[in-house]
Write a protein that binds this ligand. Structure first.
Ligand SMILES: Cc1cc2nc3c(=O)[nH]c(=O)nc-3n(C[C@H](O)[C@H](O)[C@H](O)COP(=O)(O)OP(=O)(O)OC[C@H]3O[C@@H](n4cnc5c(N)ncnc54)[C@H](O)[C@@H]3O)c2cc1C
Length: 389
């Protein structure tokens, strides 16, 4: 099969390195993990041992000291090779939150241990069942009691908790009716997952459409040390937004990786599959949706590069990160549809991996931010239309 890549691919050496690792984990590996609803332990361990999971940790703390641009390429290549970065991308977007907003002491305590693979920082707890995307209304509260924070509330859809040692948690520390702006009074904390599960945090898995380990969390007087607050009390929403922009750019890269995977597969299949005496790919009705998806993946790729460039330069990148996520999720979904459609019945056979990748890429129209909410952000924050909420 001929690999169809971007017309403007960069970072050849980095890509070669990650492609070499991914080659040791072929489609059959990811298919079996999916069938067993298991966690790709061996794959994530290999990524950690080779240093890919510590890309964003500064060299002074034992990491590779790379930027979001490179982290995004790592995630893209995993999906491009038929894997699913969803198993491990949390470490990338959470890392920025800790590196940028953590204290020196927190950085010294955790970063070297994360870089060595001793600890995983794969989880971020934001979403709640009763408030959903309306994040500032969240109900989970943290109350300071001496040298501890006491946490009560509930979260939902919190991923990789059972495969992570640490979680970044967003909770309200000043009640909503006592703050000037609803985005104030929220704080972020570093939670030791295993300790929390022993006293005050209950984890209930949610069986879902993809093999994405995700959970409901219940906090009942969970006590965590006061020093686990990240940054300044009450500024957590601002900090979490940095992480969310990184997350959007990374997810965009994953969708782009998926998009090229779908394009490869369907170009190869449509060139070979002969029906009515000629390859199905000779029909323009088959060619055009594939070409259209490829054009959109390429456009999304450019926007993703720009989002990462701005993020790495410390520039505001909310617009680009959101638009990249929107374009990439849409493009990969269109590529997925064309790939499934033109495989005919075979698209539904698990051994082709198309149905698995189809399910995996579909998630990104909804999470980590739904398409509608990105349109709303662009309409109101960029175009200046009247606020709807
Ligand atoms: C597999 C999976 C893993 C996840 N992992 C995590 C995680 O690790 N951590 C975490 O914090 N969260 C996680 N999430 C949660 C995810 O971020 C949310 O599901 C997503 O942000 C949408 O929120 P919601 O489900 O509450 O939808 P809601 O906010 O209830 O919205 C439902 C739908 O209504 C529409 N909608 C809502 N409001 C508006 C509006 N004002 N205008 C137009 N349309 C609107 C949107 O289309 C949206 O899709 C995960 C979700 C899934 C499915």
């Amino acid at each position: 099969m001929k690999d169809i890549n971007s017309q403007h691919e960069t970072h050849a050496e980095l890509r070669e390195g990650i492609r070499a690792l991914c080659a040791g984990f072929p489609a059959e590996y990811h298919r079996k993990v999916d069938e067993a609803r298991a966690y790709p332990e061996e794959f994530v361990d290999a990524l950690t041992k080779e240093g890919w999971m510590s890309a964003l940790i500064p060299e002074a703390y034992g990491g590779s000291g790379l930027g979001l641009t490179e982290a995004a390429i790592i995630m893209e290549e995993i999906n491009r090779a038929g894997g699913n970065s969803g198993a491990c991308h949390g470490q990338m977007y959470n890392m920025n939150t800790l590196v940028r907003h953590g204290s020196d002491e927190q950085r010294r305590k955790y970063l070297p241990r994360i870089a060595s693979g001793e600890l995983r920082l794969q989880s971020m707890g934001v979403t709640e069942p009763t408030t959903g995307t309306d994040t500032t209304q969240l109900k989970t509260a943290a109350v300071r009691k001496g040298d501890r924070w006491v946490i009560n509330g509930q979260k939902t859809w919190i991923s990789r908790v059972q495969h992570s040692d640490l979680m970044i948690l967003l909770a309200r520390t000043t009640p909503l009716d006592q703050v000037k702006k609803k985005s104030e009074g929220l704080s972020i904390f570093l939670v030791d997952v295993k300790e929390a599960m022993k006293k005050g945090m209950q984890v209930r898995p949610i069986l879902n459409m993809v093999n994405h380990e995700t959970n409901e969390l219940f906090f009942d007087d969970l006590e965590i040390p006061a020093e686990n607050l990240i940054g300044e009390e009450g500024q957590g929403f601002r900090y979490i937004l940095t992480g969310l922009n990184a997350e959007r750019a990374l997810i965009a890269a994953e969708c782009i990786g998926d998009g090229y995977w779908f394009t490869d597969r369907i170009v190869a299949y449509a060139s070979d599959r002969v029906v009515f005496g000629r390859p199905i790919g000779q029909n323009q009705g088959v060619q055009f949706p594939i070409a259209e998806a490829y054009i959109e993946i390429e456009a999304a790729n450019l926007m993703r590069n720009e989002a990462c460039r701005k993020f790495d330069a410390g520039m505001p990148c909310g617009a680009e990160a959101n638009m990249a996520k929107y374009l990439a999720a849409k493009a990969s979904w269109e590529a997925a549809n064309a790939c499934l459609q033109f495989h005919g019945g075979f698209g539904f056979a698990c051994e082709y991996d198309v149905e698995r990748k189809f399910r995996e890429t579909r998630l990104y129209q909804v999470a980590p931010i739904s398409t509608n909410l990105i349109l709303s952000y662009v309409a109101e924050h960029i175009l200046g239309l009247p606020r709807s909420f």
